[in-house]
Ligand binder design. Structure first.
Ligand SMILES: [Zn+2]
Length: 168
């Protein structure tokens, strides 16, 4: 039996899913807790107004040994919905012929889109696994646009359209 632990709530974020949805190694749990706290603080949450995150259990690869976790919701909204809002805002920004208005739309979306912010926080603050010959193990709806693995295949991208996967 491995001594896996559940990812715990922090001061500024709250795990809204059942503990068994993210039972992982201690190493991964503490990395995730560190990044989630950073993300929540940077997004303006605090002890009296915590942001919720929801996990679902995964089955393949690193998940089988407790070294991966999948985040499906943030702020009570699914990652697929956050990505749809992101794409919509980008289309609006592109459709306007006023460059200032376009920039303002893009900036507002970067502020309010918690899905995108969570992805960027994982990328910026997290130290994720990179098995020899494989890309860094951070995948999600934004991987092709934001990296770290911009060459992600259509199949892999589709598999991560509704959640963020990290492994350590
Ligand atoms: Zn996964």
């Amino acid at each position: 039996m491995r001594d896996d632990v559940a990812v715990r709530s922090g001061r500024s974020y709250r795990v809204a899913s059942p503990p068994e949805n993210a039972r992982v190694t201690r190493e991964l749990a503490s990395e995730l807790e560190y990044v989630l706290e950073k993300f929540a603080l940077e997004a303006g949450f605090h002890e009296r107004d915590r942001v919720s995150v929801g996990f679902k259990p995964g089955v393949f690869g690193h998940h089988r040994i407790g070294r991966a976790a999948d985040i499906y919701t943030v702020g009570g909204i699914g990652l697929d919905e956050w990505k749809a809002r992101w794409d919509h805002a980008r289309e609006c920004a592109r459709a306007t012929c006023d460059p200032r208005a376009s920039g303002a739309i893009a900036a507002a979306e970067r502020q309010r889109n918690l899905g995108w912010r969570l992805y960027k926080a994982q990328q910026f603050h997290g130290r994720w696994a990179q098995p020899y010959g494989y890309p860094i193990q951070l995948f999600g709806p934004w991987t092709r646009e934001e990296g770290p693995w911009k060459y992600i295949s259509d199949r892999m991208l589709r598999a991560h359209r509704d959640h963020i996967h990290v492994a350590k």
